[in-house]
Write a protein that binds this ligand. Sequence first.
Ligand code: FAD
Length: 328
Amino acid sequence: MTPATNLLNSLRAIVGTAHFLTHDDPDADLSAWEQDWRKRERGRALAVVRPGSTAEVAAVVKACAAADVSIVPQGGNTGMVVGSTPDASGKQIVLSLRRMQAVRVLDAANLTVTVEAGCVLQALQEACAQSGLLFPLSMASEGSCTIGGNLGTNAGGTQVLRYGNTRELCLGLEVVTAQGEVWDGLSGLRKDNTGYDLRHLVIGSEGTLGIITAATMKLYPMPVAQLTAFAALPSLEAAVALLGLAHQHLSAGLTGFEVMGQFALGLVRKHFPTQQVPFAARARPPQASPPGQRTPANRWGRGAGIVLFWKPPTTNPKPTPAPNWSGC
Ligand SMILES: Cc1cc2nc3c(=O)[nH]c(=O)nc-3n(C[C@H](O)[C@H](O)[C@H](O)COP(=O)(O)OP(=O)(O)OC[C@H]3O[C@@H](n4cnc5c(N)ncnc54)[C@H](O)[C@@H]3O)c2cc1C
């Protein structure tokens, strides 16, 4: 028996036949794990393994380390940089975390949730909302991406202005190291100043330092209201001025601020011709500029859009003074 066959037999025994796929099986279709979601790159895996517990992840990593075979951890496979798919060598193992999706503990008093790495972001948001709590990480891929992938990439999302990147939302991690040992760093303690903080090394390391199997994340009270404003502005400079005003008047109530330029709106117009371009009728014509020179006017073109998300703070019973936008 070859070393590769030995390894594959061990991996099959660890996760069970139902959760183990190779090209040797003519009925197995590995394409969903071998290709990035934009279908730009296609790799070839030695096998896809789908462990169901931290102990199984550790056993898989130990077996691969002993055989000197590299592993590509995969969550929802929604990443933009093809980090979660194997190369074309046919020698890498794809380790999918998607079976590990349990919400282990939701501690409403401590405002924390401990969740397994394969939990889909939207499922976590919904589980927290059922207890009246907000898990604020949010992005357009939330129906598919996983907490492990969010931590692996230190994802940002639409509310990063208020709540920070995924790093800022994480209080503790459970990680399987490259040797197959389990580091239990799960903790809901906010005021933790004990020594080195391995958590921050692992977050954003995309599986190069270990495989995240679970995490303790921060929660917030659910906001009582949410307002969204959409504004047309003549330049990026005006957008920056508007952001300054929004910070000044809304403080922590400001959760998001997104700028849409003409290029993005042009793509919407091209691919979704029935969509109405916002403010198109009231847009100013672009100002002339010397050929090749980018001025704020021709960089943003007509009516750069600003989307403002504003969540009034839940703890402040005083009414927020009405913002004065007249400076923009
Ligand atoms: C429509 C759309 C909108 C998006 N919006 C945003 C956005 O606003 N902000 C943003 O930051 N990103 C955004 N993304 C990119 C992507 O969704 C995020 O990077 C997301 O965090 C990836 O999660 P995933 O579970 O799909 O990870 P995957 O794509 O499966 O993996 C991403 C990386 O993390 C590693 N990894 C996965 N799981 C683990 C684990 N358990 N332990 C260690 N490493 C792991 C993988 O090996 C890979 O290197 C968007 C993507 C799409 C398609």
